[in-house]
Design a protein around this ligand. Structure first.
Ligand code: ZN
Length: 426
C-alpha cells in the first residue's frame, strides 16, 4: 500500500479522527491487496472488509444502519459479484445491520442470500435484544444524545455458528475465525494467513477499549488483552480495525495490538492485586490508574469509554455487585436517606448551595453526591433543580469520555427541564 499523508498525521496525533471521517464520508474503499478492500463510511460506523474469490465475495461485517447503503454502493463500485459468505465480527448493530440490505439485494437479483457465519453467542445476543428492546432504545438514546432513538428489531440471525475457532476455504482462499471475549462475549477476529491480513472487529477501535460502558452488559477487559496478544502472535502485516483507518506494516500493527493489550493488562493487574487484598471498590477506583504514556497514544485516547469504568467492570467480572461498603448491602430508600441528611444539614437548600460551591471549585464528584441528596429530599424545589443543572454542567466539563459526558448530560437536561416546569416564557 502506498504512503498515506492523512494516516501519517493521525498516527502522529497531529490530525483528529474527524479529518479521517471527512475523507471517507459517503463511502470509500481502501485497497489492501488486489482482491481485498476495506470499506469505510466514517469513524462511528463499523468498517467492512470484502474479499474477492472465484465463488463470490466474502464480507467481514455489513455496516451500520446509518451508512449500510453507502457501504453496499461502495462495494458494488469495486465488484458486482454475488455475496457468498458474510462473517459477523460480533452482534453489535453497527456491524450487523447491513445484512438486511444484502438479503434484499440478493432477492432483487434472483441470487441466493449470503451465508452468514458468527460466533454462537450472537444468537443469544439477538434473543436478549428482543427481550430488552425498549431498554436498549433508552440506553442508546442516552449514550448518543438522541432522544426518541429506536433500537432496531428483527435482527438477521447467522445461518451457521462456531465456538472456539473455524477455518473456512472459499474457492481456495483460506479464512480463519477466532473467538475472543472483549467488548462482547460473541466476538470474532478474522485472519487471512496467505495475505497476512487481520480484521480485528472491535478489539481495535482507535480509542481506549470500550470495556467499561456503565449501561451495558458485562465486558471482558482481561480476555480482551488475551485476544490482542493472540492477534499479535499471528504477526499481521495489515490490521483492518472495527472502526477507523487501516494500519499497515508489521511493526505498527504489533504496536497497536501490544499497547492495547498492555493498558488492559495494567488495569486488570492493579485491580486484581487490590481485590486480593480485600479492598473495597471505592478504594480501588481511586487507587488504580492507566499508564499515562499509553493513554496519550492516538489509538488509545479515552475519548469514548473511561478507564475508571473499566475498573468497575473488572471488579464486577470477578466479584459481583457488592462494593464492600456495608451500608450498600441493604440500603435505605434514597428518599429516606436524603431527608435525614437534609435535616442534619439544616435544609435541602443548604445541601444545594454547598454542592454549587464545590462544583465551582472543581470538586464535581462530591458536588454530585450533595446535589442528588438535595433534589431527592426536596423534589419539587425549582431552585434546587437549577443548581442541579449547574452542577451537572460542571460534571460534563470535567469528563473526557463521550459516555461520561452523555450520562451527565441526561441528568443536566432533566434538571433544567424540572427547574422551569410551570414557569412561562423561560
Ligand atoms: Zn463497532
Amino acid at each position: 500500500m502506498q504512503q498515506d499523508p492523512l494516516f501519517e498525521r493521525i498516527w502522529s496525533g497531529a490530525a483528529p479522527m474527524e479529518e479521517w471521517t471527512a475523507s471517507v464520508t459517503g463511502g470509500a474503499t481502501k485497497p489492501i491487496t488486489e482482491n481485498i478492500v476495506a470499506i469505510h463510511t466514517g469513524y462511528l460506523f463499523g468498517n467492512v472488509t470484502a474479499i474477492r474469490t472465484g465463488a463470490g465475495l466474502v464480507l467481514i461485517d455489513t455496516g451500520s444502519r446509518e451508512t449500510a447503503s453507502q457501504t453496499l454502493a461502495a462495494l458494488r463500485r469495486w465488484d458486482d459479484s454475488s455475496i457468498h459468505t458474510v462473517i459477523y465480527t460480533h452482534g453489535h448493530i453497527d456491524h450487523t445491520w447491513g445484512a438486511r440490505l444484502l438479503d434484499q439485494e440478493a432477492d432483487a437479483r434472483g441470487l441466493a442470500r449470503p451465508r452468514i457465519i458468527a460466533h454462537r453467542n450472537v444468537l443469544y445476543r439477538f434473543d436478549r435484544y428482543d427481550a430488552t428492546h425498549a431498554l436498549n432504545s433508552i440506553v442508546m438514546g442516552r449514550q448518543f444524545n438522541q432522544p426518541g432513538y429506536t433500537f432496531p428489531d428483527d435482527h438477521r440471525r447467522p445461518d451457521e455458528v462456531y465456538d472456539d475457532t473455524l477455518a473456512l476455504t472459499v474457492d481456495g482462499v483460506r479464512i480463519e475465525l477466532f473467538n475472543g471475549r472483549g467488548e462482547t462475549d460473541d466476538a470474532t477476529f478474522v485472519w487471512l494467513p496467505e495475505q497476512r491480513v487481520l480484521a480485528s472487529g472491535d478489539f481495535v477501535i482507535w480509542v481506549f477499549p470500550n470495556a467499561g460502558n456503565p449501561r451495558k452488559v458485562q465486558r471482558f477487559a482481561p480476555q480482551w488483552a488475551m485476544a490482542l496478544r493472540r492477534m499479535q502472535d499471528l504477526r499481521p502485516d495489515v490490521l483492518i480495525p472495527g472502526h477507523g483507518p487501516v494500519v499497515a506494516g508489521e511493526a505498527r500493527v504489533a504496536q497497536v495490538l501490544g499497547d492495547g493489550a498492555q493498558v488492559l493488562e495494567s488495569l486488570t493487574g492493579q485491580t486484581l492485586e487490590l481485590m486480593n487484598q480485600g479492598r473495597s471498590l471505592s478504594e480501588i477506583l481511586h487507587a488504580v490508574s492507566a499508564p499515562a504514556e499509553l493513554l496519550a497514544k492516538p489509538y488509545l485516547l479515552p475519548k469514548y469509554d473511561d478507564p475508571e469504568f473499566v475498573v468497575r467492570n473488572i471488579w464486577h467480572l470477578y466479584a459481583g455487585w457488592f462494593d464492600g461498603n456495608p451500608a450498600h448491602l441493604k440500603p435505605a430508600p434514597e428518599a429516606e436517606l436524603a431527608a435525614e441528611i437534609a435535616s442534619l444539614a439544616g435544609s435541602a437548600q443548604a445541601l444545594a448551595q454547598r454542592a454549587t460551591a464545590l462544583a465551582i471549585a472543581g470538586r464535581t464528584r462530591l458536588a454530585a453526591h450533595l446535589i442528588e441528596l438535595a433534589a431527592t429530599a426536596s423534589p419539587d424545589d425549582k431552585t434546587i433543580q437549577t443548581a442541579r443543572a449547574g452542577v451537572y454542567t460542571q460534571c460534563m466539563r470535567a469528563e473526557t469520555s463521550l459516555i461520561g459526558k452523555a450520562l451527565f448530560a441526561v441528568y443536566q437536561r432533566d434538571a433544567a427541564a424540572q427547574s422551569t416546569v410551570g414557569k412561562s416564557g423561560s
